[in-house]
Design a protein. Structure first.
Length: 276
């Protein structure tokens, strides 16, 4: 399910594999290890305890939401990630990325703030309707089966009931500007997956990084855990894929529009725009 790789030898073939559902794990990288250390250094400004035990604190939700918000403002994270993209031969001059996010998945608490909570089953493309989207995900703290991310590989090409027909990103952003988190931050799964569904648990170490299509159905682990998980993620889109209409299949997204504005040019920070 997860194919180990150090560098990309043929970018076209690599992306073709991604858009067909293959998931790659880039082996431990000095750049990603440096990025993890840089994130930890900035976490220490707000919280100097053991990452995995954050949930034991009474004010853990407040600390988590403050951390997540403050860590969005550190430009060094994207600088290091750009170096990594060049190092593994993924970087293309005309490419876009969204916001670099550190996420916290609490062991026992279910927080109201989405970026500091466990997340239910979803496809990332449900929020953008852009199927050229490629996801990058990596742990900052140690993970195991009970506090990792899980994939449902059979559903890459199998539809599930969801709320994409009624959800709207602009409406969500308007609510969020007002500090109102009542509107869902992303479309929701509207059915229960079978208990015997084929599931793959991500088991990688800090310094390794996962690369996969945003069309994959995935979620936080649903098992009981004793450890809070810290991870980071970012999504990329290559202009070449948009021009050539190379993309993963749209299995069940019913959004009426595409939402490119969350993606910015890697070089000049200009927003991604569609002309048609």
């Amino acid at each position: 399910m997860f194919e180990p790789i150090e560098k990309i030898s043929n970018l076209s073939e690599f992306k073709k594999d991604i858009f067909e559902g293959k998931i790659f794990v880039f082996k431990k990288s000095k750049i990603i290890l440096s990025l993890v250390q840089e994130i930890k250094k900035n976490i220490l400004i707000e919280y100097d305890g053991q990452l995995e035990k954050l949930h034991y604190l009474e004010n853990c939700e407040q600390i988590s939401s403050t951390l997540v918000n403050n860590l969005k403002k550190i430009p060094e994270f994207k600088k290091l990630f750009k170096i990594f993209l060049k190092e593994v031969n993924f970087f293309q001059e005309k490419s876009y990325w969204d916001q670099f996010r550190v996420r916290i998945a609490p062991a026992q608490n279910r927080f109201n703030y989405r970026e500091a909570s466990r997340i239910n089953s979803h496809r990332d493309t449900w929020g953008t309707n852009i199927h050229q989207q490629i996801n990058w995900w990596a742990p900052i703290s140690t993970i195991n089966k009970s506090n990792t991310m899980i994939f449902y590989p059979d559903y890459f090409s199998k539809a599930v009931k969801n709320s994409t027909s009624t959800w709207d990103l602009n409406t969500y952003l308007e609510h969020r500007k007002k500090g109102d988190f009542s509107y869902p931050s992303a479309p929701q799964l509207l059915e229960n997956l079978p208990e015997d569904a084929n599931v793959f648990f991500v088991n990688i170490e800090p310094g390794e990084i996962l690369c996969f299509s945003g069309c994959h159905l995935h979620s936080s682990s649903k098992e009981k855990s004793e450890n809070t998980r810290f991870s980071f993620e970012i999504r990329t889109i290559c202009q070449d894929d948009l021009d050539k209409k190379l993309k993963a299949p749209n299995t069940d997204c019913e959004l009426q529009w595409q939402f490119p504005k969350i993606f910015r040019d890697i070089n000049d920070n200009s927003p991604l725009k569609f002309t048609s």
